[in-house]
Design a protein around this ligand. Structure first.
Ligand SMILES: NC(=O)c1ccc[n+]([C@@H]2O[C@H](COP(=O)([O-])OP(=O)(O)OC[C@H]3O[C@@H](n4cnc5c(N)ncnc54)[C@H](OP(=O)(O)O)[C@@H]3O)[C@@H](O)[C@H]2O)c1
Length: 315
């Protein structure tokens, strides 16, 4: 078995830290990890699997020595280094939104569309709220053919990165715990950037470019996990029992019928689905909660890495 040289940038951030926790638990001996910062001032040591590793400044020469690079950085940083990966035939798995809708770049949720991966050197990890919705919707579409989807999100402050956690701490101190009914900037139709992402990414991942999708995204005063109420309409008549059966067939989904153990969701890999309600013969609603830092970002990226290594090198 050959060794794979895998770089990680953005390790001081929330998603980068979560990724480190995941790989520390898995500890594959043939994965050689390299830790990078894109800032000169952040070059410290990192303790990983009981060893001290240097954090190096990322550069084109360092990239050339890698097989894969994971980027947990803002758009402009991701853009620069993912392009250098592409130029040097190194696979980049990027968490920012920069490449997600670019033509030719695959936006991957392994449970849904890994089979559409086209060997492009840049692979995008989708938006955190979108991932937990498209996994169940994909299964539902295969059986009942989706016609319309409405999302209403309840998103925690860790979705804004480490600054978001500080912001919520400040709000707690000021006793200012309100809902914020808009995430990101609005466009000319008053649709917010977070809502635009959920609509466009859902269509791209499900490969349904004409699917009617509407999203309403709300920030709630919670530190971790995102909740989404999903309402959908199908072309075929829906059977509620069949929906439960197909959702249960997907390992990453945990169906909760009653007793909501919501305090147990933070820190876990799964997508929790509850409150499945019939609206009409063709419409149904369910509520989903998942940890935005895990399946919503770091764990999905980790799964993509595994699939790419398997697809490219037959491990
Ligand atoms: N949080 C989520 O739920 C979530 C979900 C899906 C996708 N994402 C995306 O994942 C990426 C990371 O998010 P996060 O929540 O981990 O953010 P974060 O906590 O703010 O961390 C950002 C990371 O990027 C580095 N960074 C920031 N500005 C930089 C610059 N100008 N040059 C070089 N490095 C820079 C930071 O390093 P320093 O500490 O040195 O500043 C830090 O390591 C973002 O693109 C975000 O949109 C986040």
């Amino acid at each position: 078995m050959r060794n794979y040289h895998i770089g990680v940038v953005g390790i001081s951030g929330l998603v980068g830290q979560t990724f480190i926790n995941i790989i520390e638990k898995e500890n594959y001996p043939f994965f050689q990890w390299h830790f990078f910062s894109a800032h000169q001032h952040n070059l410290d040591k990192i303790s990983f699997s009981n060893q001290q590793y240097n954090v190096e400044l990322i550069s084109e020469d360092k990239i050339k020595a890698l097989d894969y690079l994971l980027l947990f950085t803002p758009e402009d940083v991701s853009k620069k280094y993912a392009r250098l990966c592409e130029k040097n035939h190194v696979y980049a798995i990027d968490n920012s939104s920069y490449f997600r809708l670019k033509r030719g770049v695959c936006l991957i949720v392994p449970e849904v569309n890994i089979s559409s991966y086209n060997k492009h050197y840049i692979i995008s990890n989708p938006n955190c709220s979108t991932i937990q919705c498209v996994v169940p919707l994909h299964l539902i579409h295969q059986q009942f053919k989706l016609k319309k989807v409405y999302y209403h999100t309840y998103q925690s402050y860790s979705g804004k990165g480490k600054d978001g956690l500080k912001e919520l701490d400040d709000k707690i101190n000021k006793n200012d715990l309100n809902l914020i009914p808009c995430i990101g900037k609005v466009n000319l139709d008053y649709i917010s950037s977070e809502e635009e992402k959920m609509v466009a990414e859902t269509r791209k991942i499900l490969q349904l470019p004409k699917l009617a999708v509407f999203a309403c995204c709300v920030r709630i005063p919670s530190f971790y996990c995102h909740g989404v109420n999903v309402i959908f309409q199908c072309h075929k008549k829906i059977s509620l029992n069949k929906i439960k059966e197909i959702l249960k067939s997907q390992r990453i989904i945990k169906l909760i019928d009653e007793d909501y153990p919501l305090n147990l969701i933070h820190g876990t890999n799964e997508i929790y689905i509850m409150r499945i309600r019939k609206i009409s013969n063709y419409e149904l609603s369910f509520f989903t909660i998942s940890d935005n830092l895990i399946k919503g970002s770091a764990y999905n990226a980790y799964q993509i890495l595994h699939h790419l290594i398997g697809l490219n090198h037959q491990i």
